[in-house]
Structures are given as structure tokens and as C-alpha cells.
Design a protein around this ligand. Structure first.
Ligand code: EPZ
Length: 417
């Protein structure tokens, strides 16, 4: 197991360069098997989720050529075999292989996906979409078998604006016969990035980023070159850290429009932000206002940033609230923030934070990816040393987090125990 140690109280200053978006990358890599030639993707973050997906490609006999932060994927000799549980369990996004294999071969066999334990995380909307396209879904113990004689375009209404279901149905529909309409589609920027990738191969997808996406099936997908968008959640995480211990900390290589909701909330709280074309500069201030945040689908406040933002609210004066509307179990960081000294209570899906409170270093657990990020931020401002266990969760989604924070003055180390 890996453990992180942080000596709190250091000022962080300088520039942090944001990497490619994890939540785009984990869809782009499976999507790449749809090409009938080969696909080159650059700005790929070197995180463990990328490694896990490349391992799955290798088991499918897909040829991979890795260079720094880029990958060439050649599926011309791939085999459509069952994806073992040991692979699919490593991350939730392994389920994108269902849509991609169904779209390419009209058949996909894989075990239930894994992922952070932030909720039950059903995939009924994904399966509803596959069935609408003409597939038959069989659940054989903890394995899905999805197959179709023929995939035909359909009108699909999502009961929930699910990011995963929107992308997975788009993958399956890309080569279906006829036109597919996805209504009540999710609008996250990562969905647009995947649609652009598929269109670069010759797909015919319009409306990505809106709640209605139209996919006209095509027969052939040619080679293409594509770039992963910057990670808006990584960017937001470091901006929040900068608001608590930064001095002119520059978060570079971002798309500010993708975090409009966060930047507006931070301004409401009183954070000192300079927003440029592709960067934000942030500095700590002594006093912050309390606020109420309700998570929502894009472009609302992202659920993935409510855990990091909670740490800022422990330093805001007065009573703040976070209402989590997306996931039923995304407050696992709160008991550990309390152990650090925070004053937070939970009732149903609402966390109430009273601040400001002094945080003092202790040993805490990264229960999931973004909870782990909130432990890192808390450790940066807590007095004394904070130890974080189970940091494998953090390394799934934050490329070189120790190197990036060390480069701007944080005292943070990671070691195997
Ligand atoms: C994506 O998860 C992200 N993960 C999550 O980020 C993010 O929290 C989430 O979108 C919401 O923005 C990736 O992109 C790999 P959903 P996803 O399908 O696609 C329910 C992180 O920290 N639902 O939009 O799994 C579901 O239970 C991760 O980077 C169904 O009921 O999320 C949840 O309550 C954590 N049935 C809600 O919809 C379905 O078939 C939103 O889920 C699908 C989803």
C-alpha cells in the first residue's frame, strides 16, 4: 500500500500545468478500437486508469505504441474476447468497452465494472440504450453478454442525464444502421471530446454538449489524430488548494469555461482569482464567506469538486452547506475532515460546515479519488504532519500530484509501506 505524508502550512507559489482529462481519456481509449485503421491520441495523462485500460487493449490483441503523453492505438488485428473480471474491476470506465465492442462487432462480453464506492452505480441506462439499438443483454452471474444480429438507429430518452450512458450509447450507435437520437443526454465537456474524436475518424455525430445528440451510423472509420481536453476537475482541485495556501499560484493549460460554476462560487466566497484565456492565478486570503453549494449535472456545480471544496468551506466564516444530488454516498471524506478538526454534520444528502476551524495533522484515509484529493488539500493547510493511506485512489486521477505540488513549494512525499 502507498502512503502520502504532508507537512502542512507551506505557501505554494509558481505554476502547475494541468494534464489531459481523466474522464475523457477513459472513454477515448476504448473508443479508439472503433477505427478500422489506427488512432493517435495526445495529451493522455499518465495515471493508473490509463494503464488499466491499456492492459485491457493488450488482452484484446490491440497494438499500442506509447510515447510521452501520447498513444497510437491500432486495432486492425484485435480479437473480440471476453474481458476478464480482474481487468474490468479496476475501474468503472471499463464499461466503455461494452459500447465500443458492441458497435464494432455487435457483441461484447465483460464482467461488472469497478470504480469508487460513491454509490450503487447501476448501468441500467447504458443497457436500455443498447437494447433500443437492437441488442440483447444477458446477465450471467456477474458478467454482461450484449449481442445483436444488427444494430439499428433508435430514439433513446435517458431517464437520467448520465455521462457514462451518453458516451456508451454514442459508441454503440456510431456504426449502427440509420440514425440514433439521444434525448436528455449529458452535456459534460468530456462527451464533446469523445464525439469530436469519433467525428475525426469519420463518424457523423452532431449535438454533443447539448441535451440532444444525433448519430448517423457510418460503415467505415479511418485513422485520425486527437487531443485530450485539459482536466477540469484536476484544475478545480488545484485552484481550491491555491485559495487556501497559494501566493500567485498559476494553474495553467485549462479551459476556464469548463469550470465556470466553480469560479463563480469561489468569487462568491471571496477568493482572489485572475482568470486568463487558458489559466487561473489564485492567492490565499485571510477571510472567506460561507456559501451553499448544490451539485448538479454540467454546467452545474460538478459533484467531483464538492469534496475538495468542503475543505475551503471549513475555513469560511459561518455556516456553509453542500447538497450532493448525484451520488448517494459521497461524504466519506467528512469523518476524516472531522478528525483533522473540521466542524461538519451530515443530514441525508446535505453536509453542514461551520467555520473557520483550525485543522491539525493526523492520519487519514483516501476512501475514494476525490475524497483523497480533499485529504491532500486539508494536509496542505493543517498544522503539522498529515498521513494519508490508500493513496492508490488518488493516483488513479491526478497525474504526478506529488511532483506538481512539490514543484510549487509543498512538502509532500509518497512511499510504499
Ligand atoms: C462520470 O461517472 C464520472 N466518471 C464521475 O467522476 C462523475 O462523478 C459522474 O460522471 C457525474 O458527473 C467518469 O467519467 C469515468 P453518471 P458516471 O452515469 O458516468 C446514476 C470522478 O471522480 N445512473 O453520470 O458513472 C448514477 O448512479 C468520477 O472522476 C443510473 O442510475 O456517472 C448517478 O447517481 C466519480 N443509471 C447518476 O446517474 C445509469 O445507467 C450520474 O451517473 C447510469 C447512471
Amino acid at each position: 500500500m502507498k502512503i502520502m505524508e504532508i507537512d502542512g502550512g507551506k505557501e505554494i507559489s509558481g505554476t502547475i500545468r494541468i494534464s489531459g482529462a481523466k474522464n475523457a481519456t477513459v472513454a477515448l481509449i476504448p473508443a479508439a478500437i472503433l477505427t478500422d485503421e489506427q488512432a493517435t491520441i495526445c495529451n493522455i495523462p499518465e495515471i493508473t486508469d490509463t494503464e488499466a485500460l491499456c492492459d485491457i487493449l493488450t488482452t484484446l490483441n490491440v497494438k499500442i505504441h506509447r510515447a510521452s503523453e501520447s498513444i497510437v492505438i491500432d486495432p486492425q488485428e484485435m480479437k473480440n474476447i471476453e474481458i476478464e473480471e480482474s481487468y474490468s474491476k479496476k475501474l468503472r470506465a471499463s464499461y466503455y468497452f461494452m459500447g465500443a465492442l458492441l458497435g464494432k462487432y455487435k457483441k461484447a462480453i465483460m464482467y461488472f465494472p469497478g470504480g469508487c464506492s460513491i454509490g450503487a452505480r447501476p448501468i441500467d441506462q447504458h443497457l436500455k440504450g443498447f437494447e433500443a439499438l437492437g441488442a440483447k443483454v444477458t446477465v450471467d452471474r456477474n458478467k454482461y453478454i450484449v449481442e445483436a444480429e444488427e444494430l439499428k438507429g433508435a430514439n433513446i430518452y435517458l431517464d437520467i442525464a448520465s455521462v457514462g450512458a451518453t458516451i456508451n450509447i454514442m459508441l454503440a450507435a456510431t456504426k449502427a444502421k440509420g440514425t440514433t437520437i439521444i434525448d436528455n443526454a449529458a452535456k459534460e465537456p468530456e462527451i464533446v471530446n469523445v464525439a469530436t474524436f469519433l467525428n475525426n475518424m469519420g463518424a457523423k455525430i452532431t449535438g454533443a454538449g447539448t441535451s440532444t445528440i444525433k448519430i448517423e451510423g457510418v460503415e467505415y472509420l479511418h485513422q485520425c489524430f486527437h487531443e485530450v481536453i485539459p482536466d477540469r476537475i484536476e484544475a478545480g482541485t488545484y485552484i481550491i488548494a491555491g485559495s487556501l495556501c497559494g501566493k500567485n499560484l498559476k494553474i495553467d493549460n485549462i479551459i476556464p469555461e469548463h469550470i465556470d460554476s466553480l469560479l463563480s462560487k469561489l468569487e462568491e466566497i471571496g477568493v482572489d482569482l485572475e482568470v486568463g484565456a487558458d489559466y487561473v492565478i489564485v492567492s490565499k486570503k485571510e477571510k472567506y464567506k460561507s456559501s451553499t453549494i448544490k451539485t448538479a449535472v454540467y454546467p452545474g456545480f460538478p459533484t467531483d469538486l464538492q469534496q475538495p471544496l468542503t475543505v475551503l468551506l471549513t475555513q469560511s466564516t459561518g455556516k456553509s452547506k453542500i447538497i450532493e444530488t448525484i451520488w448517494e454516498n459521497r461524504f466519506m471524506h467528512i469523518p476524516y475532515l472531522r478528525e483533522l478538526g473540521a466542524d461538519i454534520s451530515i443530514k441525508n444528502q446535505t453536509a453542514t460546515i461551520v467555520g473557520p476551524t483550525k485543522l491539525t495533522g493526523t492520519t487519514v484515509v483516501a476512501t475514494d479519488l476525490r475524497a483523497g484529493a480533499s485529504m491532500v488539500i486539508a494536509g496542505l493547510i493543517a498544522t503539522g504532519k498529515t498521513k494519508i493511506t490508500n493513496v492508490e485512489h488518488i493516483l488513479r486521477g491526478y497525474e504526478q500530484i506529488v511532483e506538481k505540488l512539490t514543484s510549487v513549494g509543498a512538502k509532500i512525499t509518497i512511499k510504499e509501506i
